[in-house]
Design a protein. Structure first.
Length: 87
């Protein structure tokens, strides 16, 4: 089994095709470039998203609220192992 590293991702409340009890999913593609080394780094990016977009724009593209979650990722390239998160 491949060892993983914990990174941080921004998630939103999903609406379609999610597993029961797992209502959150990644904001962007499941790629290492969308993961962050620390919670603070992810929170900073999330804050920039909120400051630079209207609430209407965010609601149009994402299920609010947005939040940062820890995510198990593959080492080296940091791609997430999964895209769904618990409620």
């Amino acid at each position: 089994m491949t060892a993983t590293v914990t990174r941080y991702v921004i998630t939103h409340r999903g609406t379609h095709g999610l597993l029961p009890g797992r209502s959150r999913t990644l904001v962007g593609p499941a790629q290492g470039r969308n993961t962050y080394a620390t919670r603070e780094e992810a929170e900073k990016y999330l804050q920039a998203m909120v400051e630079n977009n209207s609430r209407e724009t965010l609601e149009e593209h994402y299920g609010l609220p947005l939040e940062v979650r820890p995510c198990e990722c593959y080492p080296i390239h940091f791609d997430p192992k999964g895209i769904y998160f618990d409620d």
